[in-house]
Design a protein around this ligand. Structure first.
Ligand SMILES: C[S@@+](CC[C@H](N)C(=O)[O-])C[C@H]1O[C@@H](n2cnc3c(N)ncnc32)[C@H](O)[C@@H]1O
Length: 435
């Protein structure tokens, strides 16, 4: 028998994928619980304003509940929603976007766009795997951090990495155990593409005698390319084999090849990125007579496709390395109608924005903090149309409030892209227009 006083009815999921319930007015966030479920729970953290708890028993189960595929689910912090059926995850993320727009932004889109999604598994082309020598666990751990601690999870596979990379994890653990610098190697960064899989080793001390040879043998056996990183990101250099294919992703619909360095930001989900790109282009609808600006342009992921149809595109970005990369990528693809500049868009003033001249349209793809200062800086000459790609629905909603309630835009459409299946991460896209 369940003690009813210890059961909770889960009302919703929060931004971390935890079930949200209330008891005596206090919020309780329950790991492993889904909306609509009734669960018993045990509290593992108590604060004045809220409690964190773990499900101990599911009294009434959601129809959306499925058996997690990964044996490390619950311990590993990489995924938080594997116990939820993938289409229900998408519906939940759509609800998060709508709730944020309603409650934070006080805005409502004219149209909700259908969700963009790709394969549910093996989608992660970029990852940062932590490495830790833990003698009492019998060797080296390679993986994501644990869900409730900063320890590295003990794992031998990962369902969201490409299967060939997941299969490498035990081999990587064995390899690092053989290296003389096994306790001076905190992370391995992954960049997986169709042509080459790059693994970047961050090493705190020089590789020892014999280490280089072990890396070479591993690369040949598993068909990967090693890069080494001795200090900051600018110290990353290819190591072996030096004649590997170029590290690049492609956007075939726009006939573009986008080389990048492993330290540079690229979209993690290479299956969803082209679909999101197509949606962004449909919404932006660049015309051959238009001057368009791509804010937070990175290495030109959106700038270059826009340049295929617009008269001119200006890409603006805070990282000078990425701006240099974007320029090279434009040149590499034979585009002569792009211009790039380094600018801190978190501090841009109305005068600085106006000095860039008139833009017919704008694309904004900011980091999690959003683009509050930028949207505040829009003046009377602001673009008629803005497409906003967001990795944080709360800051999108906050910025939407400025655009709609202060700058005279209408929120025409919004929708999500399931960039990170099995995580609570919500990527979305919105179209704003003004008369
Ligand atoms: C979500 S990424 C988008 C990059 C690019 N649009 C793409 O699709 O690959 C956000 C970008 O914002 C840049 N960024 C972060 N802070 C910035 C700032 N204060 N000013 C300008 N750019 C910034 C990052 O370097 C990164 O390239």
């Amino acid at each position: 028998m369940t003690d009813a006083s210890l059961t909770l009815k889960i009302e919703s999921l929060n931004h971390e994928g935890r079930g949200v319930a209330h008891r005596d007015g206090k919020a309780i966030f329950v790991d492993g619980a889904l909306t609509g479920e009734t669960v018993t729970y045990s509290v593992y953290r108590k604060k004045d304003a809220f409690e964190m708890a773990q499900v101990t028993r599911i009294v009434r189960e959601s129809h959306a509940r499925v058996k997690p595929r990964c044996p490390h689910f619950g311990v590993c912090g990489g995924c938080s929603l594997q116990h939820m059926e993938p289409s229900a995850q998408i519906a939940a993320k759509q609800r998060v976007l709508e709730d944020n727009l309603t409650h934070i932004g006080k805005v409502k889109p004219d149209t909700m766009l259908s969700a963009i999604h790709g394969p549910a598994w093996g989608y992660r082309s970029r990852a940062r795997l932590s490495v830790k020598l833990v003698e009492k666990k019998g060797g080296v751990l390679v993986g994501f951090h644990e869900r409730k601690s900063s320890f590295v999870a003990e794992m031998d596979s990962c369902e969201v990495l490409p299967p060939r990379i997941s299969a490498l994890i035990p081999h990587l653990r064995a390899l690092i155990m053989q290296l003389s610098i096994r306790d001076k190697l905190p992370q391995i960064e992954l960049a997986a593409t169709d042509a080459v899989d790059v693994l970047v080793i961050r090493h705190m001390v020089p590789l020892g005698d014999g280490d280089e040879q072990l890396l070479r043998v591993f690369a040949d056996a598993h068909r990967i390319q090693w890069w080494l990183q001795s200090k900051g990101p600018d110290t990353i250099v290819p190591f072996y084999p030096l004649d590997a294919p170029e590290l690049a992703y492609t956007l075939p619909e726009f006939n573009l090849v986008m080389p990048f360095r492993p330290s540079e930001f690229t979209q993690v989900n290479t299956a969803v990125n082209p679909i999101l790109m197509r949606r962004a282009m449909q919404l932006l609808d660049p015309q051959p007579f238009e001057r368009i600006v791509d804010m937070f342009c990175g290495l030109g992921n959106f700038t270059l496709p826009i340049a295929r149809s617009a008269k001119q595109v200006v890409g603006i970005e805070g990282s000078k390395e990425l701006v240099a990369r974007a320029r090279q990528n434009a040149e590499r693809n034979g585009l002569t109608n792009t211009e790039f500049m380094v600018e801190n868009l978190f501090t841009i003033t109305p005068d600085q924005l106006a000095a860039l001249g008139h833009f017919d349209k704008m694309l904004i793809d900011p980091p999690r903090d959003g683009a509050y200062t930028l949207v505040q800086a829009l003046g009377l000459d602001a673009p008629k149309r803005i497409v906003y790609v967001s990795c944080n629905p709360a800051t999108l909603a906050r910025d939407a409030a400025v655009l709609v309630h202060e700058k005279g835009y209408r929120l025409r459409a919004a929708g999500i892209a399931n960039m990170f299946p099995h995580t609570a991460h919500v990527e979305s896209i919105a179209l704003f227009e003004r008369a």
